[in-house]
Each structure stands twice: as C-alpha cells, then as structure tokens.
Design a protein around this ligand. Structure first.
Ligand code: ES4
Ligand code: ZN
Length: 326
C-alpha cells in the first residue's frame, strides 16, 4: 500500500540525514571515473552486493570506503544536489543535514572543499528545491577526542556555515562523556547540539548526551525504551528523538520493521520524527520510510500528522519558517 496522498502532502522536516549516506551507487561510479579512482568493484552489481549489513560497523566500513570518491567541492556539490532533488520529491520541506568533515580531512580533503561544496548548494536550496536547510558538522566518536576538538576549532576559525554539531560513527564503547569539552566549545560558539545515542548503545548513553553534552536532540534514541525513568524524562521534556526505521532494520537494531518500537514510542507520548539516516544504503528516502511504516503499521492520518508536526517543531528552523511549514 503506498503512502496515502494526504500523508505525502504533509510538510515534513528531515532532521537525521548524513549527506555522505546519500551517495548512490551510480554517483559513486561517476565520481570515481571523474577523479580517476580505481574502485574495488567491477560494476554496479558488484557494489550493490556489498549492501548487506550485520550491524552498524559493517555499514560504516562500506560508508567510509565509498567516500573515497569525494575529492573536490564539485563532488560534494553534486552529491548534495542529488539528495535535495530526491528529498523534494519525498515531501521534505526542511532538512538538517549532517556532514562528516573529519572523515574527509583524514583522507586529505581540505575542509573548504567539503564544507563549501555542500554549503554552496544549500545556499540556493530554498529557491531551487523549496527546501530550507541547516548544516550540522558531525564528529567521529571512534576517533581521538582531541582530533574532533581540533577540527571544530578549524571550522570555527573559517567561520563555516554550520548551525549545530553532531556525534556519529561507532557508538558502543565510545560514550558521550568523552566529548564534554567539544560540546562546551560548540555551545559557547552559539551552535546547537545533537548526538547519536541509543542506536546500538545503551539507554545510559542517551542520558549522558542530555546531561553532559546538553544535546538539544537525540539521533535514534530507540534504546531509551529500556529505561522507564528515562522515557518519563524524555516525555516530560519533549526531547526530540530522530528515529530512522529502515536504518534500524538494515543495521539489525531491530529484527524486522514489525518489531520496530516507533508505534510504542508514539503511544508513550515521545517526541519522535521519521528520518532516512543514510538513504542510499538503507532502502530509501523519507517517503520510503513512511510507506514502509504505513504498510507495516497502518498509521492513522492523525499519527502521520503528529510525526510530521514533531519533525518541524523539533527543527532548528526559524520561527517564521516553522510557521510556514505547520
Ligand atoms: C551513521 Cl546509521 C549511523 N550511525 C552512526 N553513525 C553514522 N554515520 C553515518 N551513518
Ligand atoms: Zn545517523
């Protein structure tokens, strides 16, 4: 059953999206060709055969490997433009997009190429695609803490057009508590703060992200359900949880979509939204997530509207833009 027309027309904000996770196989080959990079796959079919994941790390290995094709600002711009075109068709009217500058810097790609390549396209997105945008610099929690702090300093020094910072990559064993100084620096610089927590990691990491990092929003957060006291707090404070159903299925955080806790989260009164995470890797964009949810759970128009309203209200968009979208 396709998503109902009324749901498709709901204005929706996408708050959890890694721009490097929108790199489609076709574009990977095109950019490899353009940059004279020899891919370890003979063709699209061979690359696509690699998209079978057993956990977060098995995905991250391919995600970081495929990034190798991104060398210049023009490459980052092409990837960003392709996402915005597809997101507009999915009904996205506002996006808060993460980029992993640290991952590119580590490969010898200057920060300017990455940031300016993405931001240059975001600057005209509202005009071109009807999508307002926010850029979030995400830091890799499985790399040295000092490295993240150094990259943030560089981003601040170049006055990068970012509105927030995030924390991503391999979660288990890399708790939020190490990144207190990074988040303090970001907050002092006037940036908003989000963090992945409770994707594969325990509920306790969600608590740390709130208490120690002062996160405005939690990316994923599904494991918070293991702790009823934490759930009560998240409900009370209306802490936004950016849930990514198809991602959770593909990375085996849940067994099947039917086992996904999203309906339970809604019933508990949690502030949840639906997001695509890494759509090129996880079977689809926001509309595909909604369609799969519809097929599995048959959400009512009211529930769909609640998810869309939560996404807009949990965004960092201006009051004026939010009012337009509600
Ligand atoms: C990610 Cl799904 C997910 N989790 C953590 N870090 C990430 N980076 C890109 N996608
Ligand atoms: Zn994510």
């Amino acid at each position: 059953m396709p998503i109902s027309p009324s749901a498709a027309l709901l204005p929706c904000a996408e708050l959890h999206l890694h721009i490097e996770g929108t790199l489609e196989p076709e574009l990977i080959f095109e950019l490899a060709d353009r940059n004279g990079i020899d891919l370890p796959y003979a063709d699209l079919e061979e690359l696509r055969a690699r998209y079978q994941f057993t956990d977060l790390q098995s995905f991250l290995d391919l995600y970081y490997s495929n990034m190798e094709v991104l060398r210049t600002g023009a490459d980052f711009a092409a990837m960003t433009r392709a996402y915005l075109r597809r997101a507009a068709a999915a009904g996205v009217r506002h996006v808060e997009m993460m980029v992993d500058p640290q991952a590119h810097l580590l490969r010898g790609v200057p920060l300017e190429e990455c940031i300016n390549g993405v931001a240059g396209v975001l600057a005209t997105s509202l005009e071109e695609f009807g999508i307002s945008t926010v850029l979030i610099a995400a830091f890799l929690r499985d790399r040295p803490i000092a490295e993240a702090e150094d990259v943030l300093r560089q981003l601040l020094a170049m006055d990068a057009p970012i509105a927030a910072i995030g924390l991503d990559s391999a979660e288990v064993g890399n708790p939020p508590e190490g990144f207190v100084e990074l988040y303090r620096m970001a907050s002092a610089a006037g940036l908003k703060c989000v963090a992945h927590a409770g994707e594969e990691g325990p509920a306790h990491y969600v608590e740390q992200a709130l208490d120690l990092l002062k996160a405005d929003r939690i990316d994923h957060g599904i494991r918070a359900l293991d702790d009823p006291a934490l759930v009560a707090r998240l409900v009370r404070d209306r802490v936004p949880l950016t849930v990514c159903p198809l991602s959770n299925v593909r990375l085996r955080a849940v067994d099947t979509l039917a086992d996904h806790p999203l309906p339970q989260m809604l019933a508990l009164g949690l502030n949840v939204s639906v997001n695509s995470d890494d759509p090129a890797y996880f079977d689809g964009y926001v509309d595909d997530n909604f369609a799969a949810l519809q097929r599995t759970f048959g959400f009512s128009p009211d529930q769909l509207a609640e998810l869309a309203v939560n996404s807009v209200e949990s965004s960092f968009a201006s009051g004026e833009r939010r009012a337009e979208l509600l």
